[in-house]
Design a binder for this molecule. Structure first.
Ligand code: ATP
Length: 246
């Protein structure tokens, strides 16, 4: 579905992504794990048309994304849940969600927007209960749900998530990751960037390990979870506490 070949991303003269290749298959969860500053967010930004200068090839359903601006990327079925959520704090939860459907509003598809909204409120009932509240007053977990809900408003085929677990308590992370599994069951493909390698690998089908702008290891998520080097470098001593039932 998404193919990246020899991607190189630059900030001025600094190369932040150094020739990365990866594939994302339909209806799978693919995770990118790795330390801070290893280039994971930069790769997501390149896919979304948020980075001016990159080299290589990014194709989505066979279409090259080179030169696409963010609205064009969204129109083709890719949506980003950005790092730090980036919701709009002063406006209501409902209006934040509606902003995610701006391309549909432009086409005057009001009935379709209403239907999508209802589906998202089923997925995250708490957002319905808080619909009229200013988004900035939500808890961190609720804000993450809002950011995911907003991204879903544009009917993405591919959902990109940048560190959705950041700053959240383990129980909330589990709830959010369960939702990602539900979305996969509904046929949405997910590219998940995570520092919480343990939680990410437990729901993912396949994973890539990043280090200073390159992929140093890749494999089925279950294999990476069992890999001694991954355990040592990314899983830490708490490994095994998540999803004991899996
Ligand atoms: P994190 O989890 O901390 O977001 P990451 O793996 O997503 O890490 P990136 O944010 O993609 O990594 O950063 C990759 C490299 O690019 C880092 O060295 C970072 O300092 C650099 N970088 C990121 N954004 C910019 C920017 N706007 N200008 C200059 N350098 C940047």
């Amino acid at each position: 579905m998404l193919r990246i070949r020899n991607l190189k991303c630059y900030y001025g003269r600094i190369m932040a992504v150094k020739g990365v290749s990866l594939s994302v298959k339909k209806s799978q969860i693919i995770t990118l794990i790795g330390a801070n500053g290893s280039g994971k967010s930069t790769l997501l930004e390149a896919i979304c048309g948020l980075l001016p200068g990159w080299e290589g090839e990014i194709t989505f359903e066979g279409i090259p994304l080179k030169g696409f601006d963010p609205p064009a990327v969204v129109k083709h079925g890719i949506s980003l849940v950005p790092e730090g959520r980036l919701i709009f704090p002063p406006i209501s939860v409902l209006d934040n969600l509606k902003l995610g459907a701006y391309t549909m509003y432009r086409k005057r598809q009001h009935a379709a927007v209403k239907q999508t909204l209802e589906k998202i409120l089923e997925l995250f009932p708490i957002l319905g209960q808080r619909a009229k509240q200013a988004a900035g007053t939500l808890s961190g977990g609720e804000q993450q749900m809002l950011a995911i809900g907003r991204a879903l408003m544009s009917h993405p085929k591919l959902l990109l998530l940048d560190e959705p677990s950041m700053g959240l308590a383990p129980l909330i992370v589990e709830k959010i990751f369960r939702t990602l599994e539900t979305l996969r069951e509904e046929g949405i493909t997910i590219l998940l960037v995570e520092q919480n390698a343990q939680a990410a690998l437990q729901i993912a089908d396949y994973g890539y390990v990043f280090e200073t702008g390159t992929v140093v290891l890749q494999g089925r998520a279950s294999e990476l979870l069992a890999d001694q080097e991954v355990k040592r470098a990314y899983l830490g001593k708490d490994y095994g506490e998540f999803y004991d039932d899996k």
